[in-house]
Design a protein around this ligand. Structure first.
Ligand code: SF4
Length: 87
């Protein structure tokens, strides 16, 4: 799986070949002009959002993996980009 944290700290994951921003299922960030509640993106603004950690391969046939802990799950990525602090 491919993943990315963009320069704003928001997480995106690849879904069916396309990178898509990941909404937080636990939060609402106000309402749009039509009064529909808008969810916030899952991202590093949240205290439950970990930092990506690199796991080098142990066996020759394995690949380097990036693990990211979020609220109640560990996500594992084969390809991961962290665009924070990059301009
Ligand atoms: S880590 Fe969990 S609670 Fe925090 S923003 Fe992401 S999905 Fe929401």
């Amino acid at each position: 799986m491919n993943g990315k944290i963009n320069k704003h700290g928001n997480l995106s994951m690849e879904r069916k070949g396309k990178m898509k921003p990941v909404d937080c299922p636990w939060t609402v960030d106000g309402m749009d002009k039509n009064g529909v509640e808008q969810q916030r993106y899952c991202g590093d603004w949240c205290a439950l959002f970990g930092e990506p950690e690199l796991y080098p391969p142990v066996l020759p046939e394995e690949k380097t993996t990036v693990a990211l802990e979020i609220c109640n799950k560990s996500l594992f990525f084969e390809t991961f980009t962290d665009e924070r602090n990059k301009e």
